[in-house]
Design a protein around this ligand. Sequence first.
Ligand code: ADP
Length: 568
Amino acid sequence: MPSWRPGACHSLPVTPERKARHKEKTMLGSMMQMPLLISSLLMHAERHHPEQEIVSRRVEGDLHRTTYRELAGRARRMANALTAHGLKMSDRIGTLAWNGYRHLELYYAVSGSGAVLHTINPRLHPDQIVYLADHAENTILFFDLTFLPIVEAIAPRVKTIKAFVAMTDAAHMPAGSAIPNLLCYEDLIAEGAPEFDWPQFDENTASSLCYTSGTTGNPKGALYSHRSTLLHTLSAALPDALNCSAGDCILPVVPMFHVNAWGIPYVACMVGAKLVFPGAGLDGKSLHDLFEAEGVTMAAGVPTVWQGLLAHMQANNLGFSTMRRTVIGGSACPPAMIEAFEKTYKVHVVHAWGMTELSPLGTICSFKFKHKELSVDQQLALQARQGRVLFGIDMKIVAPDGGEVAWDGLQTGDLQVRGHWVIDGYFKGEGNNPLVRGWFPTGDVAKIDADGYMQITDRSKDVIKSGGEWIGSIDLENIAMAHPAVAMAACIAARHPKWDERPLLVVMKKPGMDVTRDELIKFYEGRVARWWTPDDVVFVDSIPLGATGKMQKNKLREQFRDYKLPTA
Ligand code: ADP
């Protein structure tokens, strides 16, 4: 048993009575009290990194360059303009936008003013976007021109939006649009006065709102606060986390509409890093060109995006000149991808786990001192894990009986977390109280080793239960993805008369490559316990991806609901 003991860490709830008693009996420190506000990040960047560049590939087609000084000035103008248009504390302001400098301005103008930035995923169905805008009671909706057709479709249906703002200049405004109260972003900036004192308020005030993807039922909102965001930012920048500094040039491929682009818009201001925004150009060539032209040192994104990049680089025999590391998360990063980045391209992979309910970072895989001595292959094996918690988060693994599971790297159970940036309930009380004795159940199945490295083996709804035993689908997918002919693989449960469920591997091949069912089944020999080997393989032209680039296994389960296994 490791030194870790179940239930070793307890904290008492801070009740008003305890606070009052503490004040009576205890000497308080004589330190300044400054609320942890998002505007402080922008003020810091403006004052200490005014010349640092922000480069954006724009919807208009060009590459736009600005600085933190201009970002702060334009955010103040926008805050003034919004106030003149009636913006109040806690109003929810929606965005449908790519990663770009205007979106960043809104991150600060809206939250800095005390209102709530509600970033909406434009890849969702218009019905879902209407649902989200209504549920959040958005009053203004900002949108990139790419999404004009979506806005035209939803404008007559949304209930609370009073104004729509096209994020462009007067010359590019859509002509003859039927959208009511359509405003121009650059006109708003021009009409906003340059002076604006960022208001000071309670750091627990809501700052931004993100909804879960809602693969089951309606999406639920996670409402972040200034305090939770600032603490997340401080911890996320640390060397054992994203390891960001003023010497970095960061390109977040992860969208600003997906859980605050993993906190990078805040971290970059805090450390004064150069920022490069890819806009809508997320294909391998556009990304690689931008990495090279701007001297990108660090990027972040989901595995599916990196697949496109790696395929482009392999096909064109390209390398990286400045890229040093890439953060990969959102779904499990296949070990074959980690190896390609590390060995072929000399780019260090930082595997991260998080979720909307954590805004989003929970764990990051970085080496402890003793692991620096490991061989490259041993390190690669460690990097396939999702890593250790950031300071500010705690985690545990829980068995079905509610008891904690030991950190032995073998036993799996439900992953629960708590911490400064974990929700304690969903927006508007949806889903009632999600917590279990003060811990948030993540819905992930995981194990933790004695060094505190957590590894996700599955989502609880994706687990395959064969004869009462769990088979982790992620392991099986990772093995298939290591086969040179496999582009993407999903492992789902297929019905079996004897074992209830058995693994069925759904495979999309790489273009021009071939592999047979039997070859793939044989590929598992020696790589996994025999009873874990998939019973069958089906080849498909494409695997459905959700709005955040993750495989939609629920759709595959539906598609193959009546699949008859050869072993059945
Ligand atoms: P959704 O996938 O529903 O849109 P999130 O974006 O919040 O919601 O995703 C959170 C989930 O994504 C986690 O609970 C986990 O299942 C999965 N996930 C995130 N990062 C990783 C990772 N590195 N490895 C495996 N799964 C991950």
